[in-house]
Design a protein around this ligand. Structure first.
Ligand code: PEP
Ligand code: MN
Length: 333
């Protein structure tokens, strides 16, 4: 971090700032030129509050050299992180993850899981706790749904991901391989902190109104707690357009890949809101360098209890999986 001190600041004020910083364990190297002073700070600068420094009357400018999301940053960790979810590896090759929005029945799960596996899917999704916008909408079947998901996992042999909405649910997720934090909970810092203190991988979705910097700081909560297994998920942000449920931020994929070593996957289903839009968005995400996709698939989309309109049929998913392979071959050629 660099601090630029205003011109003609009294020497005593600069000295007192240096002492104050050293009390906080921050070392300083000082450079003076033409009546101006610049301090280069070394140490745990991510613990410093930029706003508080800027509020000092003689501080002209503060410039961070290491981002506050230092553990998530590629600057401090240049190699790609690979997150293992059962036998699947996210961040190495391509990871197709799919399944219904919500776990509804054994029959549904059997049908969808087999279709997902046959099409090359490596991780099965299925929601048990559904944080819905309306309190009157279907909220998921909770613990019994997690039992069904675990049963399908055993029978079909795919690792699973499911959304957790409260740390108190953790014991119920013992048989779940990856914990999803939904867009609505991206800034539930107590939940993020709790997930940092356990070892299951976390799929962290970007909130509809969050910047990529805010997403990275949410990831940092989990990393700082000691859990290095975080996968980021772009799922569309809110825009003025009403033609799709959300606007898929395709540019966030290469931007995040540059900023962080964490794998970046895309959920085209919640961005699309409509099954017909899912394949083109999915293919765009693959072409833009996503490490994987999370897609909603249902054996009978029209009967789905949640997100029916955007759920792909098993046949449509199989067709999309073929196209994904072709796009991957084309970009890898
Ligand atoms: C979901 O994955 O079913 C879901 C609710 O997604 P999001 O949190 O992105 O809205
Ligand atoms: Mn959904």
């Amino acid at each position: 971090m660099l601090i630029f001190v205003k011109k003609d600041t009294p020497e005593a004020a600069i000295r007192s700032l240096v002492i104050q910083l050293s009390r906080q364990g921050i070392g300083t190297a000082r450079a003076d030129s033409a009546g101006r002073t610049m301090l280069t700070l070394v140490g745990e600068t991510w613990t410093l509050d930029e706003q508080r420094l800027l509020a000092l009357p003689y501080v002209a400018e503060v410039k961070r050299l290491t981002p506050v999301w230092r553990l998530a940053s590629r600057q401090t960790h240049p190699e790609d992180t690979v997150v293992s979810v059962g036998d699947a590896q996210i961040g190495k090759g391509f990871c197709l993850m799919a399944g219904p929005c919500a776990v509804e029945s054994a029959l549904q799960m059997q049908g969808v899981a087999r279709a997902v596996k046959a099409a090359g899917g490596l991780v099965l999704r299925g929601g048990a706790y559904k944080p819905r916008t309306s309190p009157y909408a279907f909220q998921g079947f909770g613990a019994p749904a997690l039992e069904l998901l675990a049963q399908t996992r055993r029978e079909v042999g795919l690792p699973t991901v499911s959304e957790i909405t409260d740390a108190a649910q953790l014991p119920q997720f013992e048989q779940v391989d990856m914990l999803q934090v939904g867009a609505r909970n991206m800034q539930n810092y107590e939940l993020l902190r709790a997930l940092g203190q356990q070892s299951k991988p976390v799929l962290l979705k970007r909130a509809v109104g969050a910047t990529v910097e805010e997403l990275l700081q949410s990831a940092e909560y989990i990393l700082a707690g000691g859990n290095p297994n975080v996968v980021l998920c772009e799922r569309g942000v809110r825009s003025f357009s009403k033609t799709s449920r959300a606007a898929l931020d395709v540019s966030a994929i290469p931007v995040l890949k540059r900023m962080t070593h964490l794998p970046v996957i895309v959920d085209p289903s919640h961005a699309a809101g409509e099954a017909a839009l899912v394949p083109p968005l999915a293919l765009a995400a693959v072409a833009a360098g996503a490490d994987g996709l999370l897609i909603e698939v249902h054996d009978r989309p029209a009967a789905a209890l949640s997100d029916a309109a955007q759920s792909l049929s098993c046949t449509a998913f199989a067709e999309l999986a073929e196209k994904i392979k072709k796009v991957r071959e084309a970009i890898e050629a």
